[in-house]
Design a protein around this ligand. Structure first.
Ligand code: SF4
Length: 458
């Protein structure tokens, strides 16, 4: 057990987060104390931090170097542990106006490895060239459908396997919430930049239900789906039919996701999905035939029993199927997932295997004309790596960018929806969360409406 003494209780969480990148939970303790002890008086395994600085970033650099000495590990994200690594990079870029200075500062402040400096630089360059800075003037809308045909091993979301009656009941409440919030919105309308229907797996709904949902959103918020960025996360191919795709297209939806995670049949069954790689090929062929502007495909690096070769085959095939957006996730083993229950330390092993997959994805996607355009990190991610969204030029998702920027209000509807109110004067976000369980959502429905009224009412 390592003990780290620090005289900065207000940032204990940040120091612990950095320790978790190197050590498991029972291998360290952060001890916050008003007067630091002399290092010489401490026993083996105990260390004083911040003897010469009280600056949080300075103490984190000291901790990183110490942990590097103790474990031999050199995590590429340096001392950055937050979900949004692009944020500090853009702040530096806005201040100094130069990519080279940004990269230099990222090293000096956070000890970022060159590979991550370059990744952030490419994303910053893409966004600067392709994304209009109108975040605070617009809003986006998220709608959650918390149902899936089965539950994946690594899932920690509020997704449920539910029968038709439960789905019907949920939709009745969701439609009421959409109408109620739409009426509030109409009192003080703003421009809507994007709408995203996610989950779960929205295409768990029938063709009729999907159509009604899109109509309900369109009427309640006075929008025409074909005139704004409107995305439906179709997600799992076992829920996609040609009829649903045609219905989405005819309602004006121009962007969908088909998320294979892998193209290896054995992996599908290991992770608890009851579809095959052929189902994914079929769903892609149908979606291409029906015609959408953008099909996004999610892949995961680090799935159980997958080799770098398996990952390479999956990525190569997804590219050849013609996905315009490819999001490469690093497996995150969060609490609440079956994988975490069965093997909580899974994410700490086989880091080189995942690093090889991510290196390949960067190289191959670049070679095929894709640009990295948004990035986020999660807790318990293998190797403390990252998720990166890639797109062909101009095919980025504005919703994905805005959700990471935290500079736009987002109205979230349905169970599991976490909306945000942005206060530009204070550059501050306040979260407006609905409950995540769909049954409790219905039980406490009035509370959801009351919260909408409080935040979005006039
Ligand atoms: S498809 Fe996504 S939301 Fe559904 S069970 Fe799998 S990980 Fe969870």
């Amino acid at each position: 057990m390592y003990r780290f003494y620090v005289a900065d209780a207000s940032n204990e969480y940040h120091y612990a987060e950095l320790c978790r990148v190197f050590l498991s939970e029972d291998e360290f303790e952060i001890i916050t104390i008003d007067r630091l002890p002399e290092q010489d008086l401490l026993g083996r395994g105990s260390y004083v931090l911040g003897a010469n600085t009280s600056d949080r970033d300075g103490i984190k650099r000291e901790l990183y170097k110490l942990l590097n000495d103790l474990t031999g590990m050199s995590p590429e994200w340096g001392t950055l542990t937050g979900v949004r690594p692009l944020k500090p990079a853009l702040e530096i870029l806005n201040k100094f106006g130069s990519i080279e200075t940004m990269k230099y500062e990222l090293y000096c402040r956070y000890l970022l490895a060159e590979s991550k400096q370059n990744l952030l630089a490419e994303i910053a360059e893409y966004q600067t060239a392709h994304v209009i800075d109108n975040g605070p003037d617009y809003i986006s809308i998220y709608t959650g459908i918390p149902f899936c045909p089965t539950r994946c091993e690594y899932c920690s979301f509020a997704s449920n396997v539910a029968g038709p009656d439960a789905i019907d009941r949920y939709l009745r409440d969701l439609f009421r919430e959409i109408e109620f919030t739409g009426a509030l919105y109409k009192e003080e309308p703003k421009d809507i930049e994007s709408i995203y229907i996610g989950g779960g797996t929205p295409t768990t709904l029938s063709t009729l239900q999907l159509g009604s949902l899109i109509d309900k959103i369109s009427q309640s918020f006075n929008i025409n789906p074909s005139e704004i960025e409107f995305t439906v996360e179709a997600g799992r191919p076992d829920t996609i039919t040609e009829e649903k795709l045609i219905a989405l297209r005819d309602k004006g939806v121009r962007r969908i996701s088909i998320n294979p995670q892998s193209m290896k049949d054995e992996t599908m069954s290991i992770i608890g999905r009851n579809h095959s790689a052929d189902d994914i090929r079929r769903a892609f062929a149908q979606a291409k035939e029906v015609g959408f502007d953008v099909i996004n495909a999610d892949l995961i690096a680090g799935l159980p029993e997958e080799s770098p070769e398996d990952f390479k085959n999956s990525l190569d095939e997804i590219i050849s199927l013609g996905a315009e957006n490819i999001t490469v996730h690093t497996l995150s083993v969060k609490r609440g997932s079956r994988l975490h229950e069965n093997d909580p330390e899974y994410y700490r092993r086989d880091i080189e295997r995942v690093a090889a997959m991510l290196d390949y994805s960067r190289m191959k996607l670049k070679e095929c004309g894709y640009y990295p355009y948004y990035i986020y990190r999660q807790k318990h991610q293998m190797g403390a790596f990252e998720n990166v969204g890639y797109c062909l030029e101009g095919k980025h998702s504005i919703y994905n960018i805005r959700i990471m920027e935290d500079r736009q209000s987002i109205i979230a509807l349905g169970a599991g929806g976490v909306g945000k109110i942005y206060y530009p004067d204070e550059d501050r976000i306040e979260r407006v969360a609905n409950v995540s369980n769909y049954e409790i959502y219905s039980e406490r429905f009035d509370e959801m409406l009351e919260r909408k009224n409080q935040y979005f009412g006039g």
